[in-house]
Structure formats: C-alpha cells, structure tokens
Ligand binder design. Structure first.
Ligand code: PHE
Length: 455
C-alpha cells in the first residue's frame, strides 16, 4: 500500500486533528444536538448519545481512519482496493457509494441551514436582536424560512464558499482556518454558558440535560434511541467516508487511537456546552425544547438581545458557527471530489464544481420544502427533514456498521495491528477488536431492530 495520497497530505499530526475536529464540530453539535435532544426529552437521550459516542463512535472512527490511511484513495476506490487485497468481494465498494449518496444528501440540507447562519450574521451585526422577546425572535426565523429567495441566496453563497476551498485542495487552507477558529468557538460557548447560568434558568437546563428520565425515552419507542445513535454518527462525521478520506491524508507514523480520543472528546464537549448554553434560556423564557430545527435560531437571539454586549457576542457567535459549518461541509464534499478526480481524471476544480452544483440543486429542493413545497411530505416529513432524518438515522449507522464489519472481520489482524501500531496482546488493541467486532455492530443492529419494532 502506498504511503501518500495523490490528493495531498496533512502537513503534521496537528493539522489532521484540526481538520478532523473541524469536520466533526459543526452544525451537528450546535444546531442539531440541542434540537434533537429537545425532541427526545433531554437527559436519557443525552446519556444514550454519550454511550453511543464511546462504545460505537470511537471504535468505528478508529476503523474508518485506519481504512482510509491504508487505502489512500477516495472511499470507493479504497474499499475496492482493500477488499481485493484481502481476497474479499468487490461489492465492498458499495460502502463508498453509499457514502457518496449520504454526502450529497447531507450537504444539501446542511448548506441551507448554514445559510440561516449567514443570514443571522448580518442580522446580528445590524443590531437586529436588540431587546427582542421570544415571540419577535420566532417571527424573524419564520419570516426567513418562508422566503425562498433569501434562502436561495444564502445557500448559494455558502455552497460557493465550500466549492472554493475544496477546489483548492483541503490540505492547504483548511489548516490555518481551524487553528484559530476552533479555540475561539470553544471560548465563546463558555461565555454563553456563563451567561445562561446567570440569566437563564440554569437549574432547569442542567436537570433537563443530565437527569435521565427513561420513561420519556421509552415512550418514544425505539425512535429516541435510534435518534441518539444517529446523532452520534452525524456529529462525529462517521459512516460516509469523510473521516476515511481525511485519514487517507494522514502520515503513516501518526497514532490513530490517540487522535480519535481527542477528536471525540472535543466533539462531545462542544455539543454539551451548546446544550448548556441553550436550555437555560429555553426554560427561562418559557420556550418549547422540542420545537425542532428552529430551536437555536429562535432561542439564542433572545439571549443576545438581552445580554450586555449582545450585539458583539451575537455577531461573533454566528460568525464562528458559520466557520464551524464551513469546515464540516468541506469534509462532506471531499470524498465525492476525490472520487471524481480519480475516476474521471478531471481537475480538482472541475470536480468541485460538478459535485457542488449537484448538491446546490438538491439544496434547492430542501429550501423549497420549507415554504412553497411545504405540503409535500413523506412519513410526515418535508424534504429537508426527511434528508436529515434518513441520513443520520439510517445511512450513516449502516455505513458505520459495514465499516466495523470490514475492519473487524474482513481485514487481516496483521494489517489492523500494523496500522494501529499495536502488538497482539496489547490491552487497548484487544478492547478495540472487541468493540469493533461485536459490541458496535450488535448495538447498531439492535437499535435498528428496536426502532422498527421487531424487538
Ligand atoms: N459532523 C458534522 C457536524 O456535526 C456533520 C458531518 C456529518 C460532517 C457527516 C461530515 C460527515 O456538523
């Protein structure tokens, strides 16, 4: 197997951690986590989510990075090459294809939501949140999503930004951005939590997030548990090849497991901090935790409107959220672009434009589902909600399941030991094997069966 990728390499181990954390930390942590936690009753959901991160997410992330680094190509070709090297069926490349599909679908709605963030940057800068009450804040959000032209403009700008970076190659450019922005986002979230602790109903927020009420969880049938697992996959960027392709740019010397530990902890911390910043405000203002995808766009402007320096903090918050979304979106497009470059031997620029325009078109369907096409529903969900639900709760866990099976059962132990720099008897390696061979696949299958009511 080769030791470098034709698409470029990270300049250092730090660069990889930054890029992978940039992929993981995004709208999934700050927009999706609070709203899905709110829809599923809080505490018990959060507990199941954290368990899923530790027992399913971490071992699968190690596996996904390992496969990427071993294959050093786009996920489709990596799976094809690895399968043939193990004498396994070439059908394993389907995993890569599923990832491409998931990438298209996720990025199409992701970009629309990132567009909301862009819109809010300008509103915050213009002092648009000052003195806002909950009702006015809601009206602002509803007016935005009811306006297809504004949504289209922001969606177009965001996709343009994503294509620009991917066209230039992710290994350059991305690094600098993430190095400063990630710590800044972290700090600002801390400021928000401190504000929420003083001005919001912190007690209620804390117990909502951390006091598990299993009655609530069970009431939702298996769906709440499936949503917690789906959120873990979504938030860690697992199961669709994003982390795999980032792994393919990682040097052979770097330790995969150490990096994964750092990335998973940071990602989970950011999600929990976001929850701690938002729910105290939700309860202090009598808002509805389960209101859905508008939650942070409805809640936070009220906080910014009341807090001292709120115009500045609000602006900073939405700018940082936009950057977080940007670095995640880049990783969603990258596997598709790498595959186009390999398969069609076209330039990176052309590949980025083709893939980006396809996503952009799908995104138009998503944004229209919020207004003009709002009557068009399947399983009671509009297009945007459907893409969100199906990718996180079905496609990503399914991709993760296949990754675990491949890494645990198909890949020879000599290969995984070599990639993980382990000796056979080593405890951590054995623990990883146990998780990736038995625990993680069994958990994913059980959660699926439970959700469709079979157990
Ligand atoms: N992890 C990203 C987030 O939390 C979203 C993402 C999902 C990115 C899947 C890549 C792959 O926002």
């Amino acid at each position: 197997m080769t030791s470098t990728s034709i698409h470029g390499m990270w300049s250092s181990r730090l660069a990889f951690i930054l890029a992978a954390t940039g992929s993981a930390v995004g709208l999934g942590n700050i927009w999706r986590f609070p709203y899905v936690a709110g829809q599923n009753g809080g505490g018990a959901f959060v507990l199941v989510y954290v368990l899923c991160v530790a027992l399913i997410g971490v071992p699968i992330m190690i596996a996904e990075i390992m496969l990427g680094r071993r294959g050093r190509q786009s996920p489709i070709n990596t799976m094809r090459a690895l399968a043939s090297a193990q004498g396994a069926s070439s059908a394993w490349q389907l995993l890569g294809w599923m990832g491409i599909l998931a990438g298209f679908l996720i990025l199409s709605f992701y970009s629309v939501v990132a567009g909301w963030t862009l819109a809010y940057i300008f509103r915050a800068a213009g002092g648009g949140f000052t003195g806002l009450d909950a009702e006015q804040s809601n009206a602002i959000f509803l007016a935005l999503v009811a306006d297809p032209e504004r949504l289209l403009a922001w969606h177009t700008i965001f996709m343009g930004m994503v294509m620009m970076v991917v066209a230039r190659g992710v290994a350059s450019g991305l690094e600098q951005a993430v190095r400063f922005l990630m710590p800044a986002l972290f700090l600002l979230l801390l400021v928000m939590v401190v504000y929420a602790a003083q001005a919001g109903d912190f007690q209620a927020g804390l117990s909502y997030l951390f006091k598990p009420d299993f009655g609530q969880l069970l009431e939702g049938g298996g769906d709440a548990i499936l949503s917690a697992m789906g959120q873990a996959f979504f938030s860690l960027s697992l199961g669709m090849g994003a982390i795999m392709i980032y792994g393919s740019y990682l040097s052979s010397q770097a330790s995969i497991s150490q990096n994964v530990a750092i990335i998973a902890v940071m990602d989970t911390l950011v999600a929990l901090l976001a929850g701690l910043a938002i729910f105290p405000i939700v309860f202090a203002y009598g808002l509805e935790p389960g209101e859905g995808p508008g939650l942070i766009f409805h809640t936070l402007p009220v906080a910014f409107g009341q807090m001292p320096g709120g115009q500045f903090f609000g602006l900073l918050f939405f700018v940082l959220l936009m950057f977080a979304a940007w670095t995640s979106a880049i990783s969603l497009l990258e596997p598709i672009v790498a595959w186009l470059v390999e398969h069609r031997s076209i330039s990176r620029v052309r590949a980025a434009v083709w893939a980006g325009v396809t996503v952009w078109l799908l995104g138009i369907a998503c944004l229209l589902s919020l207004n003009v096409w709002s009557g068009l529903t399947l399983f009671d969900k509009g297009i945007l909600d459907l893409f969100d639900y199906v990718t996180a709760n079905v496609l990503l866990p399914l991709g993760g399941l296949l990754i675990a099976i491949f890494a645990g059962w198909v890949l020879k132990t000599t290969v995984s030991r070599d990639e993980l720099g382990a000796t056979n008897g080593q405890l951590l390696y054995q623990l990883w094997r146990l998780l990736v061979r038995f625990i993680a696949p069994a958990a994913v299958v059980l959660v699926f069966l439970n959700a469709i009511g079979l157990i």
